[in-house]
Structure formats: C-alpha cells, structure tokens
Design a protein around this ligand. Sequence first.
Ligand code: NAD
Ligand code: UGA
Length: 472
Amino acid sequence: MNSEVKHICCIGAGYVGGPTMAVIADRCPHIQVNVVDLNKKRISEWNNSDLSKLPIYEPGLEEIVKRCRGKNLHFSTEIETYISTADMIFISVNTPIKQKGLGAGQTSDLKWIEASARQISKHAKGKTIVVEKSTLPVKTAKVIKDILEGSNREMDPNERKSFSVLSNPEFLAEGTAINDLERPDRVLIGGDNKESIEALAKIYSHWIEPEKILRTNLWSSELSKLTANAFLAQRISSINSVSAICESTGANIKEVAKAIGMDSRIGGKFLKAGPGFGGSCFKKDILNLVYICNFYGLNEVAQYWQKVVDINIWQQNRIAKIVVQKLFGTLSEKKLAILGFTFKANTNDTRESPAISICKDLLDEGCNLAIFDPKVSSKKVEDDLKTKQSKGVKQNDMNFGSWRLSKTIEEAAKDADALLILTDWDLFKNIEWKEIAKLMREPSWLFDTRGITDKETVQSFGINFWSIGDGS
Ligand code: NAD
Ligand code: UGA
C-alpha cells in the first residue's frame, strides 16, 4: 500500500463529509482533498461565493472553507474522476434506517454504501485505501471488501487493483463539529492492514496527539461507534425518565442532575433533561444495535437497548399532552408559539427533531402554530410536517391545525396563548419576558422543555410556567 497519501476523495458532502474534509484540508495543506456528491444542489452550495449560504451551518466552518476552498479543498460532482485519482477514499454517505423490506424500521439501508463501493471498485486505480466514515452495522467492512474484490476477479491479472478497507468512525456532534474535529477525545482506526492504518494515522497525527489515535480490529471499531451513541442516548433517556419522576414528586431535575453528576464515576455531562433526543443518528444507531443483538439471538440485550428508544418516544409524546392539559383540555383555535425547530442549538439540521413529533401532536389538536427558528426555512418545516400550502398558511393533511413560520420571537408570541421552547438556542435564554408578556393573550403560558429560562422572572410578568423536570 502507498503510505504517503497525497490525494483524498470523500464520497458524501454532508454534515460529516463536509466539515471533516474541511478540517483535514486545513491541517494538511500538502494533501488535495476532493469532496464529491451526486447531489448537484448541495455541491453548488458548497461552492457558493457567499459563505453564509453553505449547505451546513456549523460555527467555525465558514472560516476554514474560506481558507482552503480552491486551494486544497474542492467540492465536485465529478465522482468518477476524483475516485480515480485518490490514494485514499472516505465513504461518508447517509445510512438511514431501511424503510422497506427485510429489517425495515430496524437496520440501516446500505444502498448508498453499496453504490459507493461499486463506484470505487470500477473507477479506482492502483492501490487504494477505502475508509468507512459513515456509521455502519458491524461486519459492513466485509460487504465493502467483497464488492471491491468482486470486480478484481473479472480483471486481467496485470491490471488488478489493490484495496484495503479501514473503519474510522466519526464522533463529532453537530453544532460543535469543528471543535470536535480539531480537538477530538480520540480518533479510532480499525483495520487489518498495518500499512494502511499507519497511513491514516499519519494524516491525523498532523494535529492530534499520538496517544489519542486508537488502533483496533475492524469489528471493534464498527461496534464502538454504535456503542458510543447507544451509551450517550441511554444517559439522555435515563435523565428524561427521572425528569418525569421529578414532576410527580416535587423534586427538581437540575438539582438531581447536579447532585448525581458531581460523582466522578457518573460525571456531569449529557445530563440535561429535554424533549427527547433528536438528530439523524442516535435512534438509527440504537436500532441497529438492537437488530444485531436479535440477529445473534441476544434477545434480552436487544430489549434492554430498545427501551432507550421507547423512553425517548414516550418523552416526546408526553410534552403535547401536558400542554393540552394545562390549556384547559383543548387547543382548538388557540395560537401556540414554537421556539426552535432544529434538534439542538447551533445547527440547521432538523432530522428526527423532537419538534417535529411535538408539532404534529399539537396540530392534531387543532391549534395554530407560529414557528420561529433562527436557521430553519419554511420549506424545511413543510417537508418535515408534510403539509400542503394554501394561501400562505400551511395546513396539515388532516386540515386540522395550521402553521406559519415567524421571522422573530415577538411575531411568534403576538396573541399567543402559549410559548414552547423546544431547542436550546442561546437567544431563547435572553428573552425580554416583560415585552413578551405584553404581546401574549392571557392566561399565558411558557412551556420550557429545555429548562433554560428563569422561573421567577417569567412568573413575575404574569406568565404561567412549566419546565421539564420541575416538580416544585
Ligand atoms: P448527509 O445525509 O448529511 O450526507 C450524506 C451525503 O452523501 C448526501 O449529500 C448524499 O447525497 C451523498 N451520497 C449518498 N450516496 C452517494 C453516492 N453514491 N455518491 C455520492 N454521494 C452520495 O449524512 P451525514 O449526516 O453526513 O451522515 C453520514 C454518515 O455519518 C452516516 O452514516 C451517519 O450515521 C454518520 N455520522 C453522522 C454524524 C452527524 O452528526 N450528522 C456524526 C457522526 C457520524
Ligand atoms: C451525537 C453524538 O454526540 C456524537 O458523538 C455522534 O458522532 C453523533 O451523534 C452521530 O453519530 O451522529 P449529535 O446528535 O450531533 O451528536 O448531537 P448531541 O449533542 O449528541 O445531541 C443529540 C440529541 O440529544 C439532541 O437532540 C440534544 O438536544 C439531546 N441532548 C443532548 C439532551 O437532550 N440532553 C443532553 O444532555 C445532551
């Protein structure tokens, strides 16, 4: 294998491929990094001269793209060309849950992985290191190897290509992706070809301490990624389950989280109760783990992890119920302001956002929603809520409630009966409650599902207050 990597190709210019390759290009000026995607719109957005229009919003990303784009960082739809010139190819395509067929609703749909492997198999030249960056079910590296080797068997022995497959899962979180990539807790490389492993480790060693670069076998690497996400999600389901106990008993979830988090064995991170975890990965990765467990006959283990997802669905569902109960059992003709639609702050990503299921539940109750989010477009909300447009007001398919996108918090709050904070954006922490109270219809309510507002301040302006896990 060629250990000096000079040309990288990354298939998939998404939330992982884009930022990850931008940081590699920034830290390794001697490597040409080509990010390719079949989505022409996405690539043209990556090439937009107005950096505020990049397809992905991540703090710090614009500056890096500004420094590297056109020098050693390129975004293109010429997939075949850049596969053929690469020494190392990252596969960073989407791996969503399968919608149909065997394993539907449980395991990842690997059709984009398979398509990528076939493209590589066909167009790569000479020796190529293929790196799994996408999160994949354990043993997928074998599938990729089989596809890559398949084409070789049909070739003239003199023209045969040589492939080596590595697993290098990504642990970045959206909203902090650049920091996570520049200062990761660890980098994980799984493989069985030492030279290839070292070639990839050498790239990371340009900015990451050697002791943080772990080397494992392929299956440990693939499984560690699923397990890391399962553990993180499990913490959120644990704290969310306790938030409900707090509400019933008079305890306060922030006090409980602090008290348990100060035990160094538990630790204080990832203990914020909320409306349930969202994002494209936690649910899918746990379901993958569940599927693998069932496949190997580990049914009790599968049930254990399934409960993490079940509690998350329950947590999302109970929010709308609480709102209905507090607003006299009916939302019909009432206006509710939704503050935040993304699954967390500092991203424009709405995939699996708890806001989607909560808004749908509220729309089913017949209310009018005014949705405000600093980074989400009307088109995205429309896609997520699957609504039809009629005369500027979007109604859901059942012709029940309706929703509009608001440009400001004030516009959303005007004449609203209740405000729901669903995303922990910083600007919701600094709301002028005195002004908002004047705009709302009385009796007004704030439902803070993120626990980011001050109860006494909000109540002092006559707004009724409910916050996640606040039983006092
Ligand atoms: P994404 O949907 O944002 O991006 C994937 C891109 O791949 C899309 O733009 C799509 O058009 C492109 N693509 C698919 N098939 C292709 C093909 N054959 N040729 C060229 N382009 C192709 O997805 P993402 O959020 O970047 O996630 C990618 C992977 O990384 C997933 O497996 C995910 O589980 C994992 N992951 C995601 C995150 C995250 O924060 N989003 C973090 C860690 C790991
Ligand atoms: C998560 C992991 O944190 C990353 O390490 C992983 O690489 C990534 O998934 C992935 O594989 O896709 P991400 O989903 O981007 O990253 O964001 P998180 O910060 O983990 O938040 C996930 C969800 O949990 C959000 O909805 C967030 O609001 C919620 N959350 C998080 C809480 O409700 N409470 C917390 O204490 C932390």
